[in-house]
Write a protein that binds this ligand. Structure first.
Ligand SMILES: Cc1cc2nc3c(=O)[nH]c(=O)nc-3n(C[C@H](O)[C@H](O)[C@H](O)COP(=O)(O)OP(=O)(O)OC[C@H]3O[C@@H](n4cnc5c(N)ncnc54)[C@H](O)[C@@H]3O)c2cc1C
Length: 403
């Protein structure tokens, strides 16, 4: 494996770091307190090409590789998790799923404007009654001539009220014995008649972002919007998670780094017992753990990104990366609060926001209990990667950068 970063990678990293530091950081506390997303964030991410970073140029993207996507997510979440969430759902769950499973017509109609930031996408899979047990979702899709009629409710959907379209998986065959074989995915424009949506307030974290619900009442969706074949929805959704989880892993790595940097700065300037607290061994231990876990988290997401570039399946490696980085980011943020003492307990410093933001990622995109089960199944050889009808394409610079 070669994790060597190119000049282009470094340029993207710098550009995103600058954007987040100069344009988002100054207003982030207020947005977090007000539980409102800054309306400038999505258009600016679109303008800068961030939203289509790893999508081929011919579909409106920047033609960079999957490692670039990880690096972008690390930089974004080092400032605020809500920025990375945009990448997880817009790029990971929506655009990359269309890149893998979409028809040429869907790539032209949906992927291209998504990559350009002209449309915003999200992934609407979870429901009030089913999250981890995804194969038992109850939203339904009934075939009616050349269209499907969708009914049901999707819950905890990031960007629910900001997105123009959603990848939506519903049950189209309630009869079939194997529940997961009865699901189908659609790309649904969110201005279709019968759709209502709203935001959820009072969340512990990601308060400067949007998390909401989407309700479907007799929503007619044309056949051309079906992503993959009827009955392939479970596979399509699991592919979406392979992309989304990667962004979560890389982002959480950025949060570890932010917690470490804040802790290093504070520990050097705060004195106790006549010396900077960074001189006390127990504080050093915390700093060393954060530093070590940052390194492990970084290597794990780079490994997953490298496999993606090579076109190799990476469900297990992405699961390792997501699981480790999200647990470690919560530990790092919590220890950062400890290092800041009472000041860490107030929003005068960023570390309490880091901890609140880190907590959600242990639950979403497959909870860390579900990641443990996935890893155990691979270890026990109860699970193997079977070839998919549509694989995520390997990165090829020539193809990706061709207009
Ligand atoms: C901030 C936020 C953003 C989100 N964004 C999106 C989004 O954009 N799109 C989307 O579709 N969903 C989204 N979700 C939903 C998220 O994916 C689900 O919350 C998650 O899959 C867990 O499902 P659940 O909440 O229904 O918990 P449940 O599935 O009810 O699980 C409850 C608890 O039981 C554990 N558990 C469940 N089954 C097992 C088992 N077999 N063994 C051991 N433990 C188990 C879980 O790990 C969890 O700890 C978001 C959630 C949050 C909090």
């Amino acid at each position: 494996m070669d994790f060597g970063l190119s000049q282009e990678h470094e340029m993207v990293r710098r550009m995103v770091r600058d954007f987040a530091a100069k344009e988002v950081y100054p207003g982030i506390k207020e947005a977090d307190r007000n539980q409102e997303m800054d309306p400038q964030v999505l258009p600016r991410m679109g303008e800068l090409g961030i939203l289509g970073i790893c999508i081929p140029v011919r579909y409106g993207g920047q033609g960079m590789d999957y490692l670039s996507l990880g690096l972008v997510c690390e930089e974004l979440e080092a400032v605020d998790t809500t920025l990375r969430v945009v990448m997880s759902v817009h790029t990971g769950l929506a655009s990359m799923t269309l890149l893998q499973w979409g028809s040429e017509d869907q790539k032209r109609r949906f992927l291209t404007p998504l990559a350009k930031g002209e449309l915003i996408g999200c992934g609407a899979f979870s429901e009030p009654g089913a999250g981890s047990d995804f194969s038992h979702i109850s939203a339904a899709g009934k075939r009616k001539g050349d269209s499907y009629v969708l009914n049901g409710e999707k819950m905890w959907i990031s960007l629910a009220t900001k997105a123009d379209l959603a990848m939506v998986t519903v049950r189209t065959n309630p009869e079939i014995e194997k529940a997961s074989a009865g699901l189908t995915t659609f790309v649904v424009e969110l201005d279709r008649p019968g759709i209502t949506r709203g935001d959820i307030h009072g969340k512990l974290g990601v308060r400067a972002g949007s998390t909401g619900w989407i309700s479907f009442q007799d929503v007619e969706v044309p056949l051309e919007n079906r992503v993959g074949e009827e009955g392939e929805g479970f596979k399509v959704t699991m592919s979406a998670f392979d992309s989304g989880r990667y962004t979560v892993a890389a982002g959480a790595t950025g949060l570890i780094r932010a917690a470490l940097e804040a802790s290093l700065a504070y520990a050097r300037e705060r004195n106790a017992f006549g010396r900077p607290i960074s001189d006390h061994q127990l504080i050093r231990q915390k700093l060393a753990t954060m530093r070590r876990e940052y390194e492990i988290a970084r290597l794990l997401y780079l490994q997953a990104g490298w496999l993606k570039n090579a076109g190799e399946r990476n469900t297990l490696e992405t699961s390792f990366a997501k699981h480790f980085a999200t647990d470690a980011s919560f530990r790092a943020a919590s220890e950062a609060i400890q290092i800041h003492g009472a000041y860490g307990f107030s929003d005068e410093y960023d570390v309490e926001r880091y901890m609140r933001n880190a907590r959600g990622a242990m639950i979403y995109e497959g909870s860390n209990e579900i990641q443990t089960l996935i890893q155990a199944e691979y270890a026990l050889k109860e699970r193997q990667d079977k070839p998919l009808r549509m694989e995520m394409p390997a990165y090829d610079a020539e193809i990706w950068q061709a207009g």
